[in-house]
Design a protein around this ligand. Sequence first.
Ligand code: FPP
Length: 233
Amino acid sequence: MEELKHIGIIMDGNGRWAKKRGLKRSFGHKEGSKTLKKLCLHLADVGVPYLSVFAFSTENFKRSQEEVDYLMDLFIEMFRKEFKVLDEKGVRVIFSGRKEPLRQDVLDSMAEITEKTKNNSKLVLNICLNYGGHSEIIDTTKKLCQQVLDGKIDIDHIDEETFEKNLYQELPPIDLLIRTSGEYRISNFMLWQMSYSEFYFTDTLFPDFNSEELDQIIEKYYQRDRKFGGVKG
Ligand code: FPP
């Protein structure tokens, strides 16, 4: 079985987790952020080198102003304080997404954690924040068009490799995609990178998801037979 290099997680179900307990949705996000921290520490231990997570989609701006503000404040708190332990563990934090219309204080905290952790090499945590899979493909296309217009590359040299190199981040393909909370959708997450991913859907709400369940999923991943369009014995 292909070695597992890159896991993607659509961290869904924070709101329902809170609602079930009669709490505000924000409690679910807070709890979800603790789960994310634990999963990163675990993956750094077991040696999976890349984790991409969907923290905030371009569509999430449609939520109430209160919830959007809460999430943005939570991101800042995580990047400035709570992620210290991840930095110490050797986690490198990078981001995928558009800057517009993120608040300047959010952008600043993102730049700080990126800079602070840039030499870490245990685990790359790619946080998709204000991210959309279609937007990423459009932005990459524009970047390449500009390079052609500037005479830097020839149009015939645009191939999969060049395209990949110009995505928001240079990452290996996602081998394993996990979505929590019993929804069976991709929701515009890393479309280019997921062309050959194995998919796992679990009913567990993200705040309840843990390293044990992740290990079980990883074990199942290694039992699957990935053919990449070919035939295997
Ligand atoms: C989806 O659950 C979750 C989100 C939109 C936010 C994800 C954010 C975190 C886990 C917080 C921590 C992240 C970082 C990067 C520090 P939902 O609100 O759609 O849940 P629901 O479907 O039950 O309503």
